[in-house]
Design a protein around this ligand. Sequence first.
Ligand code: SAM
Length: 331
Amino acid sequence: MYMIDPFGRTISYLRVSVTDRCDFRCTYCMAEDMAFLPKKDLLSLEELDRLCTVFVEKGVRKLRLTGGEPLVRKNIMHLVRQISRHLESGALEELTLTTNGSQLSRFAAELADCGVKRINVSLDTLDPEKFRQITRWGNLDKVMDGIDAAQAAGLKVKLNAVALKDFNDAELPEMLRWAHGRGMELTVIETMPMGEIDADRTDQYLPLSLLRAALERQFTLTDIPYKTGGPARYVHVAETGGRLGFITPMTHNFCESCNRVRLTCTGTLYMCLGQEDAADLRAPLRASEGNELVADAIDEAIGRKPKGHDFIIDRRTNRPSVSRHMSVTGG
Ligand code: SAM
């Protein structure tokens, strides 16, 4: 019944991109002029719920909603509410969300009411002008209101910042102090070569080994074995008393412990963030009212989960490792 891949890894974590659309256009994530998936290809919220339920029945214990921006999908709270029944039954351990925070002030209380305990908010800078620049369309005040609302609703907030050379590297110590001062964890992420963007990724890419060395000039960082089910590796920061995570898909991948697969809003299952191979679950889902066909399609897909990714960012390669943008599969 459980999903075990050819390398013996048990798949217990599903990330679901409920829409590839977003109200921001972060320069490292998307081109300004994006072609989105045709609306007619989208799974309905009921279909997404049905697929999530099959995954839960097959051993998924953690489910993260992402996007695009998950909170811009119409009626998204209906799906959250539906999935939350698996929390109540105990079949699902955790339901979380990755969001840009722009709509959080509207939804934070309801998310908490549905049993969501922690969320990730993506935030790359605390400077309103730079925020506008990196997101192209975003308003930092709205995100700050969203973070306030999430904390007021009792949600644990973890901030995710993509480390970008000459953009936010100098600001990260301040962000770290600010986040920890407000009881939030911070995780920094290396930019990944996914999809064509307008900028040159070689200019943006900052290996986190360099960032860590720079932070260690100001902070005492101690490696700790703390895990949240994702790929981050954590350190304790003595000066702030908080935790800092590093996600290093470029300099050090942790594929050997990968427990995840990713479902898109059109029912495509990606077994690896960094590979093109995918399985269509929409056709088997729609072909029958029962779940046997789709369960078989999932097994078949897990049976070819690759060992890992091989992202490259350098001037010689100078093209994305995978053609789709991160917004298709979510972070
Ligand atoms: N809209 C939501 C948000 O902003 O968190 C969820 C989707 S967004 C694609 C998920 C995460 O992926 C964000 O933290 C974003 O910064 C990150 N991201 C997007 N493109 C990336 C890339 N090329 N490399 C690394 N991280 C990326």
